[in-house]
Design a protein around this ligand. Structure first.
Ligand code: A3P
Length: 323
C-alpha cells in the first residue's frame, strides 16, 4: 500500500494559502489513506514513515496539534530518563524527543536544508521517544504488530483550534483573523485536519494495553494524577518528593521560563527561515495554558458553529473525551 494525495480543492483552501503568503508553494493534498490535509511534500516522506522500523521499547506520543504535546513530551522524557532535570533544562525538547514528520510539515523554503527528521527518529538511542500528529492509517505499520507503548493526548477541539491559530500567527505570521482561521478549521482545510480522524480512532483504541489515553484537561485539573498514571504505564515509579519536583518543573510558569521547553529558539529559527522578523514579545508558544479560554476569543457565531460541529461529529460514536 502506498500513500497518495488528491490536491485539496476548496474555496477556503485558497484563502488559507494566501494567509500563509503562499509559502506552501506545492499546495496541500488530502491523503489516501488517512484522509487528512498535508502539504504536498508529505507524499515524498509518507512511505518512509509507514515503513519506519518500530522497536518494542519505543515510546510514541500521538496528538492532534496543540493538544499538550510538548507538555507530555517533557513529562515522558523525564520519566524515561531518571528525572534528569539538569539535562532537561539544557537540551531543547525537540532534540530529546523526535517529531517524525516534522520536515514534511514545513514550507519548501524551510524544508530545504532542514534535517531529515525520520532519520533522526531512526537513529535515536533506545528507548526512542517519538512524537507524531498523524492518524493511525499514516503511522508506521509496525506500531500495530510490534505494539510499543503509545500515549495519545486529546484536547477540546475549540481550545486546540484556537491555540493552533495563535501558533500559526507566531510561526508563520498568518494574516487571517481568528474566526477566518476557525472557519478553515471547521471546513477541514487546515494541515492535519479533520480534527476528528485521529481523535476518534485513538478513542476507539484507548483500552488496548499498549495505549494510554490522556487529556490536556486532566493534566490541568490534576497533573499529579496524570504523572502517576503515565509513570505506571511506562513502568516507572515516583516518590512523593519526585512527584512534587515533576509538578514544579512541568508547571506552565516553569516551562514558559525554560528555554529548553518554551520553543523560543526553534520558533525564531523557523520565522527567520521564511524571512519574518522576531515575534512581538507578547506572542509566545507558551501562550495561555488554560482550559475553555477559546470560547472567550471566538465570536458568538463561531462558538455556536463549533458546538453544532462537535455534536454532529460525536453523535453515535460514544465519544466521551474533551469537547
Ligand atoms: P495555548 O496556546 O492554549 O496556551 P502543543 O505542545 O501540543 O503544541 O500544545 C501547545 C499548547 O499547550 C499551548 O496552549 C501551550 O500554552 C500549552 N502548554 C504547554 N505547556 C504547558 C504547561 N506546562 N501547562 C499548561 N499548558 C501548557
Amino acid at each position: 500500500m502506498s500513500v497518495t494525495g488528491e490536491p485539496l480543492k476548496h474555496p477556503l483552501a485558497e484563502r488559507l494559502s494566501a494567509g500563509f503568503d503562499h509559502r506552501y508553494r506545492e499546495g496541500f493534498v488530502v491523503t489516501q489513506p488517512g484522509g487528512i490535509v498535508m502539504p504536498a511534500e508529505f507524499l515524498l516522506d509518507a512511505q518512509r514513515i509507514l515503513d519506519f522500523p518500530v522497536k518494542e521499547d519505543d515510546v510514541w506520543l500521538v496528538t492532534f496539534p496543540k493538544s499538550g504535546t510538548t507538555w507530555t513530551q517533557e513529562l515522558v522524557w523525564l520519566l524515561m530518563n531518571d528525572l534528569d532535570f539538569k539535562t532537561a533544562k539544557e537540551i531543547c525538547i525537540t532534540e530529546r524527543f523526535r517529531y517524525i514528520e516534522r520536515m514534511s510539515t514545513l514550507p519548501k523554503a524551510t524544508r530545504r536544508g532542514a534535517p531529515d527528521t525520520i532519520q533522526l527518529a531512526v537513529d535515536q538511542p533506545s528507548p526512542r521517544l517519538i512524537k507524531s500528529h498523524l492518524p493511525p492509517a499514516l503511522l508506521p505499520r509496525q506500531l500495530w504488530t510490534v505494539k510499543p507503548k503509545i500515549i495519545y493526548v486529546a484536547r477540546s477541539p475549540t481550545d486546540a483550534a484556537t491555540s493552533y491559530y495563535y501558533f500559526n500567527r507566531l510561526v508563520h505570521g498568518i494574516s487571517l483573523s481568528l474566526d477566518e482561521f476557525l472557519e478553515c478549521f471547521l471546513a477541514g482545510v487546515v494541515q492535519f485536519t479533520p480534527y476528528w480522524t485521529s481523535v476518534l480512532e485513538f478513542w476507539n483504541l484507548r483500552n488496548e494495553p499498549n495505549i494510554l489515553w490522556n487529556t490536556y484537561e486532566e493534566m490541568k485539573q490534576d497533573l499529579g494524577a496524570v504523572i502517576r498514571k503515565t509513570a505506571a504505564f511506562l513502568g516507572k515509579s515516583v516518590t512523593d518528593e519526585q512527584l512534587h519536583q515533576l509538578e514544579d518543573h512541568l508547571s506552565f510558569t516553569s516551562m514558559k521560563a525554560n528555554r529548553a521547553t518554551n520553543c523560543s529558539d526553534v520558533l525564531l529559527s523557523l520565522r527567520t527561515s521564511i524571512g519574518l522578523p522576531p515575534p512581538p514579545s507578547d506572542q509566545t508558544f507558551m501562550r495561555e495554558g488554560k482550559v475553555g479560554q477559546a470560547k472567550l476569543h471566538m465570536s458568538p457565531e463561531m462558538n455556536c458553529r463549533f458546538d453544532r460541529w462537535i455534536q454532529e461529529n460525536i453523535r453515535g460514536t460514544g465519544y466521551d473525551g474533551p469537547v
